[in-house]
Ligand binder design. Structure first.
Ligand SMILES: [Zn+2]
Length: 417
């Protein structure tokens, strides 16, 4: 696997592979998987995709991937790179108070985990010391196969939830001015509710910021070219975030149908992070809290079902770094849960590709289209093997170059010729 750090020493063989014959191809826009396609790539871009190719045409392709499914490189819309999914309390404590030097290795390993599962872009929702942002600014090379968008520190109110991943606005400045003078991130993360209760099903917490403060924060952020990702659970915290002009709702448990309809209308993406709650069912097994967690999951799946029906832009985010949610692997679990909520595989993949790419402003990533960057995963087997086959992709291509690949795959054979 190539290095995540600066000067990785090249991304492998630069010689372009010109034509790939794919058994199945998922475009990242929700369309049913195509059978027997040929993808032409040159100079790091997709030149063309030919559908319904005959046996003679397929046989002429440079690389035979007839037993594989091609899909766009995935994006995880909600991670915390400086934290791992470990259940060990001592390790979590150490990660929370790590120096940058200590966090650097952790973050690099997590990015490798992402790449190993075909994830090529992540949006980091903040950490206490702002390590993920510092890593991006100081350590991540321009050629990194995984792109990172980091909030740095999240903003939360004094005495309210969020100290684990953020800081509070200065009293005299308020939220908008704190953003204006102190925000250094690629985006702004605001925490506008508490976490979900595990003792009382559906218990809501009041918004952390008032509507006016949120409004000013959104105007200020947008004037700086920064989007607002807002952590919000419950009806009122979500309602105010939407009214204020936020750019995405994170979690959104118990937000209710009215908010979902509003999001559909305004095309504001929702990142439901349902696996983070699902993993608590396992972590807390035997305790009464596990039952509440399971009910929370069921309720969130119902909300996802409704969201899909009314046209909400659901974007995949795992909240990796939460207890039991491991970087990379978490995406597979989140995809499974989106499918458990009724999405077809291709629709779930769309949530993890073009939907997040749109949120990150990466229009040339996230769908397999002529003219887009040739960033894609070669997964073994037919679409029925997904998402499990992402545990060990045959190859991951970034800009037409295989950055990881299995020695046994046709990719490596073609390289040896
Ligand atoms: Zn988070």
């Amino acid at each position: 696997m190539s290095s995540i750090l600066k000067d990785p020493g090249g991304k492998g063989d630069k010689k372009p592979i010109r034509t790939l014959a794919a058994g199945w191809l998922i475009d990242g826009k929700g369309s049913p998987a195509l059978r027997n396609s040929i993808m032409e790539i040159a100079g790091g871009d997709i030149l063309a995709i030919h559908r319904d190719c005959g046996p003679a045409e397929l046989a002429r392709a440079d690389v035979d991937l007839s037993s594989c499914t091609l899909l766009p490189g995935l994006c995880d819309g909600h991670v915390h790179l400086s934290l791992s999914g470990t259940e060990d309390g001592g390790s979590r404590k150490r990660q929370l108070s790590a120096t940058f030097q200590e966090a650097r290795e952790t973050i690099e390993n997590h990015l490798k985990d992402h790449l190993a599962h075909g994830i090529v872009a992540v949006r980091d929702g903040g950490d206490r010391e702002g390590h993920a942002l510092q890593f991006k600014r100081n350590c991540l090379g321009p050629d990194s196969p995984v792109q990172v968008f980091a909030a740095g520190h999240a903003w939360h109110m004094p005495g309210r939830y969020g100290a684990m991943i953020g800081r509070t606005p200065l009293k005299e400045e308020g939220l908008a001015d704190s953003i204006r003078y102190n925000e250094r991130g690629d985006l702004i993360k605001v925490i506008n509710s508490g976490p979900n209760s595990l003792s009382e099903f559906g218990k809501e917490t009041p918004p952390q910021f008032n509507l006016e403060d949120l409004r000013k924060a959104a105007v200020c952020g947008h004037s700086m070219g920064l989007k607002l990702m807002v952590h919000a659970n419950g009806r009122l915290p979500v309602k105010w975030a939407l009214e204020a002009g936020c750019d995405s709702i994170e979690h959104g448990y118990f937000m209710g149908k009215e908010n979902l309809e509003r999001m559909a209308e305004k095309r504001i993406p929702w990142v439901p992070t349902v696996f983070a709650m699902n993993s608590l069912c396992t972590v807390l097994r035997g305790a009464p809290e596990a039952e509440t967690a399971a009910r929370n999951v069921e309720h969130q799946l119902e909300q996802i079902r409704f969201a899909a029906q009314c046209g909400v832009v659901v974007a995949l985010g795992t909240d990796s770094g939460s207890v039991g949610v491991h970087h990379g692997k978490g995406v597979i679990e989140e995809l499974k849960l989106l499918m458990a909520a009724g999405m077809r595989l291709e629709e779930a993949v769309q949530c993890a590709t073009s939907r997040v790419a749109g949120l990150l402003g990466l229009g040339n990533l996230g769908s397999l289209d002529a003219g887009n960057r040739a960033v894609f995963i070669v997964a073994q087997g037919d679409p029925g093997q997904l998402p499990g086959s992402l545990n060990s992709p045959q190859a991951v291509f970034v800009d037409g170059v295989p950055v990881i690949y299995h020695r046994t795959s046709n990719i490596s054979k073609s390289r040896a010729q």
